[in-house]
Design a protein around this ligand. Structure first.
Ligand SMILES: Nc1ccn([C@@H]2O[C@H](COP(=O)(O)OP(=O)(O)OP(=O)(O)O)[C@@H](O)[C@H]2O)c(=O)n1
Ligand SMILES: [Mg+2]
Length: 398
């Protein structure tokens, strides 16, 4: 099989492969970019694999950087943008179920592809676009099957994260999990506890934002992987409810966690606590907590809630509200928000300095308190947002 119209990323990288070939080595595109090209979806970066050893690669090109030399990866800068080239390799050991004890460079493409996770990820493509399919990847792409290369259990012992990757691809591609692969995941699911939570997190979000998250979630449940992902083990019912939602179609990580917190029956602060275990950033945690708080008010939103949440997070909460039939038309939500007299404190036409200059306030807590009260009055339409009026009110009433 040959890809006729190679995407531009491959064409740009082709001189690197050709130069390796000119020196007598093999060089191929491998991994996700080949898979996605065959699926006719867009690609980002291309991975290049070669029979040349790292020292040999460095001899051929003028400008290289040792980005992962121990694992055989060298970055080549000769052709504008940097390209990572990795020497064919096999691995051995895997005592920690995460990474090999040792990496051995080899000259054979087959040896390299054999230790990759899934058949659809074990395809190679030469610079002319010819596909090299040594493990049935093309067939599985056609049959829409997610299947481990060779013995599934062996692949999962090499890197237990691959079990999550398999189910993530079920969701992302809408493919079906091969039976043997599913069985092996079920047997080896406890190995997930050996994997850094950050890595599981990435796969989990990709799963939830995939094109068929229900399908991915059902496999996540069926294989029992959820039992080994932090507090998910206590929320089988919540996960099942989510897996049964129709048209699950979220657009952001924040929406994913708001939905989860909501269907797990957690209070916003408890969702925040769960996210700390998942090692989310403070920024994401704050946004999720805010959006879930707003969700609890839907579909009745007073100015206070609109103001505190902000439009982007209101729209996120609205996405989740859909699954409780509480959602508002987005235009209505935007209109409500846009008709707020002020969107932030910065827009308030009265500042602490005004109070000091005009009303002889002394620096101290009283200033903040006054500004907060005025902010509330303006927000609720009780006072116009005009400096004169606000000063006058402060002077005569407060
Ligand atoms: N645990 C892993 C991770 C990666 N790979 C191999 O390395 C390639 C590149 O890995 P990565 O970029 O992480 O994944 P992709 O398959 O490219 O998927 P994505 O589109 O998410 O980048 C994969 O296709 C696969 O051949 C693997 O065998 N086992
Ligand atoms: Mg990739």
């Amino acid at each position: 099989m040959k890809v006729i119209n190679l995407p531009q990323n491959f064409i740009d990288a082709r001189p690197i492969l050709e130069q390796l070939q000119k020196h007598g080595y093999e060089a191929y595109f491998v991994g996700g970019s080949v898979r996605d090209t065959l699926l006719e979806t867009s690609i980002n970066d291309v991975d290049i694999a070669t029979s040349a050893y790292p020292a040999e690669v460095k001899n051929i090109f003028k400008r290289t950087v040792d980005t992962g030399i121990k694992h055989g990866t060298v970055m080549i800068l000769d052709h504008g943008q940097g390209y990572e080239v990795t020497t064919f390799r096999t691995e051995s050991g895997y005592q920690d179920f995460r990474r090999p004890d040792s990496v051995t460079f080899v000259r054979s493409l087959k040896e390299d592809l054999k230790r990759r996770d899934l058949t659809i990820n074990a395809l190679a493509m030469d610079p002319q676009g010819n596909i090299i399919d040594l493990f049935g990847g093309l067939n599985d792409l056609k049959a829409k099957t997610i299947k481990a290369v060779g013995q599934p259990a062996a692949r999962f012992h090499e890197d237990a994260l691959r079990m999550m990757r398999a189910v993530r691809f079920v969701s992302q591609l809408g493919f079906t999990l091969d039976n043997q692969t599913r069985l092996a995941i079920k047997e080896n699911a406890p190995l997930l506890t050996k994997i850094a939570v950050e890595r599981i997190h990435v796969e989990w979000i990709k799963l939830m934002l995939g094109k068929d998250p229900q399908k991915g979630l059902n496999e996540f449940l069926k294989t029992q992987m959820f039992q080994y992902c932090l507090s998910f083990k206590e929320h089988e019912e919540g996960l099942k409810k989510i897996a049964q939602l129709s048209n699950l179609n979220l657009h952001s990580e924040i929406a994913v966690w708001v939905l989860i917190g909501h269907f797990f029956g957690l209070k916003p602060e408890e969702t925040g606590q769960m996210l700390r275990e998942w090692k989310s950033s403070n920024e994401i945690i704050a946004d999720v907590v805010k959006a879930q708080k707003a969700l609890n008010h839907f579909p009745v939103l007073n100015p206070q809630v609109l103001y505190q949440t902000g439009l982007p997070l209101l729209l996120v909460a609205n996405q989740v509200a859909k699954y409780e039939n509480n959602a508002l038309p987005e235009a209505t939500l935007s209109d409500w928000y846009n008709s707020l007299p002020i969107k932030s404190k910065k827009e308030l036409q009265l500042t602490g300095t005004d109070l000091i200059k005009n009303l002889e306030f002394k620096p101290g807590p009283q200033i903040g308190k006054t500004i907060n009260s005025i902010e509330q009055l303006v927000l609720n339409g009780k006072l116009p947002n005009k400096k004169e009026a606000l000063l006058h009110y402060t002077k005569t009433v407060m």
